[in-house]
Design a protein around this ligand. Structure first.
Ligand code: FAD
Length: 376
C-alpha cells in the first residue's frame, strides 16, 4: 500500500502541487484520480462497498500523499472525517444511503462543527435545530468547512433549541441540494491553498428525522469519537510534510557552498538535520501507535491527541529549521520549502488546536493516569 500511495503521490500529486497552491483552485482532477486509484474513502467498511482499511493502513497512505502536497491531501482525506460519524454511529440504512454511493462514484462529504463564533469549544455550538413533525429545522452558519463549496452532503452538528453545552447537540446528514443550504465565497488562506474552505449558511433547512446520526443529543460524543479516529491521520500528514522538508534541506545543504565548503559540512547544519530525522521517526511511531490502538478497538483518545500534538508542533519546527538551511532562498516562493512552511501551520490549528490537544492530554494526566510513584 505504501508503494502504491507513494507512486500515486509522486506521479499525480507532486507535479501539480505548485500549480494548485498558486491558483487556489480546487484540485478536482487529482481528487478524482485518487478515488479511481482506490486511495480515497479508505475507512468505509467492506459491507458498504469500501476497502475497509484499518487506521494503520490509512496513516501509511496519508503520509505518502502529504509528502507530495498538504493541501491536495486535505482535499482527499476530509472525506474520511465527513464519513466517520456515519461509520461510527450511523444506522444500516444511513450507511447504505450515504456511505455506499461514495464508493460507487466520485463524491465529497464535509464535516461541520465550527462556526464563526466557535471552533475549539465544540460544546458551545450555536447553530440550532428544532423538531417539527418528521423533520428538524436547522438555522445558523458554519465556518471553515473543508470542501464545503463542493461537498455532495454534509455532516452538520447543531444544538436543540433551549439546551446548554454538551446536552442537546445532534449530528445530521444534510444533502447539498436541501433547500435553505448555501455556501459563501471560498476563504483565502495562508497555506493549504489546494483545499477549499467555505462558509455554510443554513436558513430554515428541513432535515428528515431519519438523517440524525446516533440519536438526539449524541452529537457531542460523536464529534469527540470522530476526532479520536481522525487525529492520527493528521499525525500522518505532519510526518509526510516534515519528511519532505528534511529531504529538501539535505539536498540543498549538499549543494550550497559558504566559506568555501558545502554547508552540509557544518556541524550546526548537520545537527539541525539529525534532529529533523529523529523527530520524523518519533512522529511516525506516535501516529502508528494511535492507529494501532484504534485497530485493536482500544481507547485511543490520548494517543491520538499525542500524535496530533507532537506531529503538528514538530512539523512546524522541522519546516522552520529546513527553511533556515536554505538561508534567504528559503524565503522565496521559487523554492518548495516556502509552501511547506505555509502549509505546516494549519496542522497546529484544525481538528483541534495544539492547546486543545494539551487539554485532552492533561485531563487524562490529572484524572485517570495511574502514577507508578505513589508518594514522595
Ligand atoms: C483551513 C481550515 C480548515 C478547517 N476545516 C474545518 C472543517 O472541515 N470542519 C470544521 O468543523 N472546522 C474546520 N476548521 C476549523 C478549525 O477546526 C478551527 O479553526 C479550530 O478548531 C480552532 O477554532 P477557532 O478558529 O474558532 O479558534 P478559537 O477556538 O477561537 O481559539 C483561538 C485560540 O484560543 C485558544 N484556545 C481556545 N480555547 C482554549 C482553551 N480552553 N485553553 C487554551 N487555549 C484555548 C486556541 O487554541 C487558539 O489558539 C478549519 C479551519 C481551518 C483554518
Amino acid at each position: 500500500m505504501r508503494d502504491r500511495a507513494r507512486k500515486f503521490a509522486l506521479e499525480e500529486v507532486l507535479p501539480v502541487s505548485a500549480k494548485y497552491d498558486r491558483t487556489g483552485e480546487f484540485p478536482r482532477d487529482v481528487v478524482e484520480k485518487a478515488f479511481k486509484a482506490g486511495l480515497m474513502n479508505l475507512g468505509i467498511p467492506k459491507e458498504y462497498g469500501g476497502p475497509g482499511y484499518g487506521a494503520v493502513e490509512s496513516v501509511i497512505v496519508v503520509e505518502e500523499m502529504a509528502a507530495a502536497c498538504a493541501g491536495i491531501t486535505t482535499s482527499i482525506y476530509v472525506n474520511e472525517l465527513g464519513a466517520k460519524p456515519i461509520v461510527l454511529m450511523g444506522t444500516d440504512v444511513q450507511k447504505r444511503r450515504f456511505l455506499a454511493p461514495l464508493t460507487e462514484r466520485f463524491g465529497l462529504v464535509s464535516f461541520a462543527t465550527s462556526e464563526p463564533g466557535m471552533g475549539s469549544d465544540v460544546a458551545g455550538i450555536k447553530v440550532t435545530c428544532e423538531r417539527d413533525g418528521d423533520y428538524y429545522v436547522l438555522n445558523g452558519d458554519k465556518f471553515f468547512i473543508t470542501n464545503g463549496d463542493f461537498a455532495d452532503f454534509f455532516v452538520i452538528f447543531a444544538r436543540l433549541k433551549g439546551t446548554k453545552r454538551h446536552e442537546g447537540i445532534c449530528a445530521f446528514v444534510v444533502p447539498r441540494e436541501t433547500e435553505g443550504l448555501s455556501t459563501g465565497t471560498p476563504l483565502v488562506k495562508l497555506g493549504h491553498r489546494a483545499s477549499d474552505t467555505a462558509t455554510v449558511m443554513l436558513h430554515n433547512v428541513r432535515v428528515p428525522v431519519e438523517n440524525v446520526i446516533g440519536g438526539e443529543g449524541k452529537g457531542f460524543f460523536l464529534a469527540m469519537q470522530t476526532f479520536m479516529h481522525t487525529r492520527p491521520a493528521i499525525g500522518a500528514m505532519t510526518t509526510g510534510l516534515a519528511r519532505s522538508a528534511m529531504e529538501y534541506a539535505i539536498n540543498y545543504a549538499k549543494q550550497r557552498e559558504a566559506f568555501e565548503q558545502k554547508i552540509s559540512g557544518f556541524q550546526a547544519v548537520q545537527h539541525m538535520i539529525a534532529d529533523m530525522y529523529a523527530r520524523v521517526e518519533a512522529m511516525r511511531l506516535l501516529t502508528l501507535r494511535a492507529a494501532w490502538l484504534l485497530d485493536q478497538g482500544q481507547d485511543a483518545n490520548v494517543a491520538s491527541s499525542c500524535a496530533k500534538l507532537v506531529g503538528s508542533e514538530d512539523a512546524m519546527r522541522i519546516v522552520t529549521d529546513a527553511l533556515q538551511v536554505y538561508g534567504g532562498r528559503g524565503y522565496l516562493e521559487n523554492y518548495r520549502i516556502a509552501k511547506l512552511f505555509r502549509d505546516a501551520k494549519l496542522y497546529q490549528i484544525y481538528e483541534g488546536t495544539s492547546q486543545v490537544q494539551r487539554q485532552v492530554i492533561s485531563r487524562y494526566l490529572f484524572q485517570d493516569y495511574q502514577p507508578i510513584m505513589k508518594s514522595f
